[in-house]
Design a protein. Structure first.
Length: 306
């Protein structure tokens, strides 16, 4: 842990930091000089069970490398436990400078078969969890007039995917949450950005591999390590990103994409107003060439990762 450290003495919370992308972010933040709250209740990919081991192992690794970290096992899916994650940062380190909302679970199912519980549980962890932790941290950031939020979204929400209505809704909701935080807190020098990662993780590991095409797709995903995501998160937490807020970055191997945000594509108008008949005859035929196809993430990012 030598050389220039972009996060020297900053205090960073990383949720879901016991494995995968979260652990790599925690390790890099510590290497860059941050004091890290490694939050992870140690649940399975579907949210079941608990274990202290994942968070404790990451903390042990950080300390072995000469860094500073503390483990936290609270869930982000409820407001009071989530607020205790923020309290852990201030109790142990006296302040808070950045929050990485990375915690997540998956309950994939084709829409008409998806249970209410499966939908709500994914929303609770991803979207509500990002809100709960951010809301608790926002008051501190407002008082000190500084801070950075890094939220994790997904092309499942930004573009689309099969069998992930719950996950896609949560991840697109996080985009709206991040943009609203950026707008509301910009005056207090508080930043809020999203990362949409392409990386092999245990959640991606739930992708079916029954056909040769599916096996080939998974083999390509396995080449994209979670360590490739961490540098962008660390940058967004650092002072070097002080003028970057309200943006969405996709990260895939060595590629960084600035993702688009919804804006008007084209318009039609009639001075006398519209009827259902004139919409069918005029508006839709004029707008149809600009319709979006029912694309999935793999259709848009169709080339091999670089």
């Amino acid at each position: 842990m030598t050389g220039t450290k972009s996060l020297q003495d900053k205090v960073i919370i990383v949720t879901g930091a016991g494995r995968g992308i979260g652990s790599e972010i925690a390790l890099l933040c510590a290497a860059e000089g941050a004091k890290v709250v490694v939050n992870d209740p140690g649940v399975a990919a579907d949210g079941s069970g608990t274990s202290a081991a994942p968070a404790e192992e990451v903390v042990e690794e950080i300390k072995k490398r000469g860094g500073t970290a503390v483990a936290n096992f609270e869930t982000v899916a409820e407001a009071i436990p989530a607020s205790r994650i923020v309290k852990a940062a201030t109790d142990h380190f006296g302040r808070l400078d950045g929050v990485v909302n990375n915690a997540g679970i998956l309950r994939d199912m084709i829409f008409h078969r998806m249970s209410v519980e499966a939908f709500e549980s994914v929303i609770k962890v991803h979207l509500m969890g990002s809100f709960y932790v951010s809301h608790a941290a926002a008051r501190l950031f407002r008082e000190q007039e500084s801070g950075s939020f890094v939220h994790f979204t997904s092309t499942s929400g930004l573009v689309g995917n099969f069998g992930q209505a719950n996950y896609a809704a949560a991840k697109l909701g996080i985009v709206g949450l991040s943009k609203s935080i950026a707008l509301d807190m910009n005056r207090f020098n508080v930043r809020s950005n999203c990362i949409s990662p392409f990386a092999w993780s245990r959640m991606i590991g739930t992708i079916p591999t029954e056909t040769e095409a599916e096996k080939a797709r998974v083999a390509k995903l396995q080449q994209m390590g979670p360590e490739k995501i961490a540098p962008v998160a660390a940058y967004l937490l650092s002072e070097a990103s002080k003028e970057v807020t309200g943006q969405i970055f996709a990260v895939r191997m060595n590629e960084i994409f600035l993702m688009s945000q919804s804006r008007p594509l084209r318009s039609v108008h009639r001075g006398e107003g519209w009827t259902p008949q004139t919409i069918a005859e005029h508006a839709m035929p004029a707008l149809k060439p600009s319709f979006y196809k029912l694309d999935r993430s793999a259709d848009i990012f169709s080339w091999d990762a670089i």
